[in-house]
Design a binder for this molecule. Structure first.
Ligand SMILES: [Zn+2]
Length: 548
């Protein structure tokens, strides 16, 4: 109905919204939803507390796909759809055609832009990045458009779209195809990009890099920022199953090595410094790219990586985890204050979430009395091969990279066997394996019903990239490629699927919502808030409490 008021057309809800000049999407890598509850007492009032008191907080947001890894979660947040459609089914998958592993955003046609004349190489400890065949990076294999891509189309290319992160995959996924991405180099401490995005570094980024901010921390240390008695996990510092990153130590203070130490920049990323450097770089970006300066909304994704790195090395129930999240709270407060001063929080739509959660270490859970453990990949492959031998096939497994087993199609075809039957027999044998909850034959997905885990596997299923059998470990059992890394995520269990979703901004109510929602809803909600159609492949539903 059209109502005329004093000669003016009454505005619709969408039109009446205050002017949004910036969409700020904050993603905290590995921030399981309950961690911000556990550490609340140590937070200041301007970081998480600000968002929780001013915003709409969803306490029960759950990922719906099975392989809860970094690229999978980020791509889901960005595109609003599942890995079956956006194609990012894992940090690493087996490229059947090439016969080798592929790192999600690797792209030989998009080499890194050198950020300085001399090149240096750090030691790569990220198990996924280590497997990349090339240093080039781009979103070429991301199969669905992102919210940022939608913004670019809606405003005729006038919106500025950026993704920045401590990790390449977390910047690239959020920037989509139309945005620009920068990420932290563990080779030299610069924020780098690739030829997909630029021919040369923008002047301001070059200026930031030549200051060599990261190197200033050489020889310093990461200390607790408050009295140890103020920490809930004060007793959880020195545990034998934590990892000592070659001299970084298992206990506070953690010492950064010299700048020429191959692990120096990784150590920074495993400390509050990693997030602080990202904040500093983001501020330069906001100023120099003039984000939020006109009525055309811009988009900035900031994905903080330090919590995840700490989770992996020390576990989520460590003093390091409590301290890194306490420090992140301050970094977040600093970011919000800066946005308020430069753009105005009244012009900013903020959404905070995470790409996945984290499991406590099997050794810790065993101490508590849980059934927990670590699975050995060679034993899983041997079990599958044994099942294949019952059909007269030697080495039926072509490749195993968690969570997928890829079978040798040629051998099964040559033996003139019913493929589905062989696959199911192997899956059955693996389901009997100690520590495996369920091995899912992908061929059976079309007909199998009932088990909610199957739905999670189905949403993870991409016809080219996924394997033939999906292995789901029991809770608190870890699947490894190589390691051991003390703590892991990547399962379909709640400790890995449960993440925060918080929306804050003008016109958004302060409220806590306990109904179950999903990270695929995020992109659809941002789009609806701006009056836009969701990204093309989005499956999520706009969250009504944010839109009212
Ligand atoms: Zn992650």
């Amino acid at each position: 109905m059209v109502i005329l008021v004093a000669g003016n057309l009454t505005l619709t809800n969408a039109q009446a919204r205050p002017e949004i000049r910036l969409v700020l999407q904050v993603t905290v890598d590995g921030l399981r939803a309950d961690l911000i509850n556990r550490y609340q007492a140590g937070f200041g009032k301007d970081g998480f507390h600000y968002l929780m008191k001013q915003g709409t907080v969803y306490t029960n947001a759950q990922y719906q796909h099975a392989n809860t890894e970094t690229i999978v979660g980020h791509a889901t947040l960005a595109t609003g759809t599942f890995p079956s459609q956006h194609g990012m089914i894992g940090n690493v998958w087996f490229d059947r055609e090439a016969g080798e592993l592929s790192y999600n955003i690797e792209d030989a046609d998009a080499p890194l832009l050198p950020s300085r004349e001399e090149s240096s190489e750090g030691e790569q400890v990220d198990p996924a990045q280590k497997l990349a065949r090339t240093k080039g990076r781009s979103p070429a294999v991301l199969l669905a458009p992102t919210f940022g891509d939608g913004l670019a189309a809606y405003y005729g290319g006038r919106s500025k779209v950026f993704g920045v992160s401590g990790k390449d995959r977390s910047a690239v996924a959020m920037a989509g195809r139309t945005g620009k991405a920068f990420w932290f180099s563990t080779d030299n401490g610069d924020f780098i990009t690739s030829s997909y995005y630029y021919d040369d570094y923008p002047e301001w980024a070059h200026r930031w890099n030549v200051q060599r901010q990261a190197e200033k921390y050489a020889g310093t240390e990461w200390k607790l920022s408050a009295e140890i008695s103020s920490y809930l996990l004060a007793e959880q510092d020195d545990r034998p199953y934590e990892m000592d990153l070659k001299g970084y130590g298992r206990t506070f203070p953690h010492r950064f090595g010299k700048a020429d130490n191959k692990l120096f920049f990784t150590q920074l990323l495993a400390s509050p410094i990693g997030d602080q450097l990202l904040l500093d770089f983001s501020k330069e970006l906001i100023i120099n790219e003039k984000l939020g300066k006109d009525a055309i909304p811009d988009y900035l994704s900031v994905s903080f990586s330090a919590v995840d790195v700490i989770n992996h090395f020390f576990g989520p129930s460590s003093l390091e985890n409590e301290e890194i999240i306490r420090q992140l709270d301050r970094t977040l407060a600093d970011l919000l204050k800066f946005i308020d001063q430069t753009i105005g929080l009244k012009h900013t739509l903020i959404v905070l979430s995470a790409d996945h959660g984290i499991a406590d270490m099997p050794e810790y859970m065993t101490e508590l009395g849980y059934a927990a453990g670590r699975l050995v990949p060679e034993e899983i492959v041997a079990t599958a091969n044994q099942a294949g031998q019952q059909f007269g096939i030697d080495e039926v497994v072509r490749f195993f990279y968690r969570p997928y087993i890829y079978l040798n199609d040629e051998k099964i075809t040559a033996a003139k066997l019913d493929y589905a039957l062989v696959e199911q027999a192997i899956a059955n044998a693996l389901t009997d394996f100690d520590g495996i909850e369920l091995a899912v034959s992908i061929k059976s997905l079309a007909t199998e019903k009932g088990n909610p885990l199957l739905e999670q596997v189905r949403r993870n299923q991409h016809v080219i990239r996924s394997g033939d059998i999906y292995i789901i470990q029991k809770p608190y059992y870890f699947l490894f490629d190589e390691g051991p890394i003390p703590s892991m995520h990547g399962s379909p269990w709640r400790y890995d699927t449960h993440v925060p979703i918080i929306f804050a901004g003008p016109g958004i109510d302060a409220q806590t919502i306990h109904r179950r929602v999903h990270p695929v809803d995020v992109a659809a909600t941002i789009a609806a808030f701006l009056g836009m159609t969701p990204p093309a492949a989005a499956q999520g539903t706009p969250l009504k409490e944010v839109l009212r």
